[in-house]
Design a protein around this ligand. Sequence first.
Ligand code: AP5
Length: 182
Amino acid sequence: MKNKLLFLGPPGAGKGTQANLYCKKYGLDHLSTGDLLRDEVSSGSVLGIKAAEIMNKGELVSDDLVLSIVEGRLLNTKKGWLLDGFPRNVNQASSLEKLLEKINQPLEAVILIKTADDYLIKRLLERGRQDDNEQVIINRLKIYREKTSPLIDLYTKQGILEGINGNADIDVVFSCIEKALG
Ligand code: AP5
């Protein structure tokens, strides 16, 4: 079974929801940079305070900070892992590739959860996290298109990306992911 995975998709596509379900069922480590950064924010550390300002605008926090968080976690995982929300730009993708080479654990599959904008906006407004207001959502979508979506091409060229329809119920999307990874 493939167990070195990445879930990619716009904000609200369901990356976190699906990653949680998948990791529980298959015993993988769920590495969500959004969750790890929110933990840092809750701790009230200086880094957390700086990160909160950026996250509340829907911008990306620095590559160095995110990479150091992910590196620490990946070096310590003994089972398979699923990356959610990282990498988010070409520079992060190339740093990830180097790190995975170093630990000899190449990425095996990328699941792209494709979801229409009207679904995304509705889901995020209903959830109402601190960064889920209309203005910030629009910025998160813009950043996704500009900085993250080039990764679709990158992983397609590597032959490891599978697109999934995210405009469906949670259990339907989950079955499609299982089928793609099975
Ligand atoms: P992050 O936490 O990664 O936010 P995001 O990418 O905007 O993703 P979301 O959590 O909003 O969406 P999701 O696709 O995970 O959907 P979810 O399952 O939660 O990042 C937040 C911020 O942290 C960034 O803006 C940035 O500032 C910073 N950051 C994080 N990583 C970074 C990095 N690598 N580099 C730099 N900065 C970084 O679902 C959303 C809602 O929809 C939920 O309420 C859920 O219940 C519902 N839902 C899900 N699926 C369905 C479905 N099929 N049908 C109906 N409802 C559904």
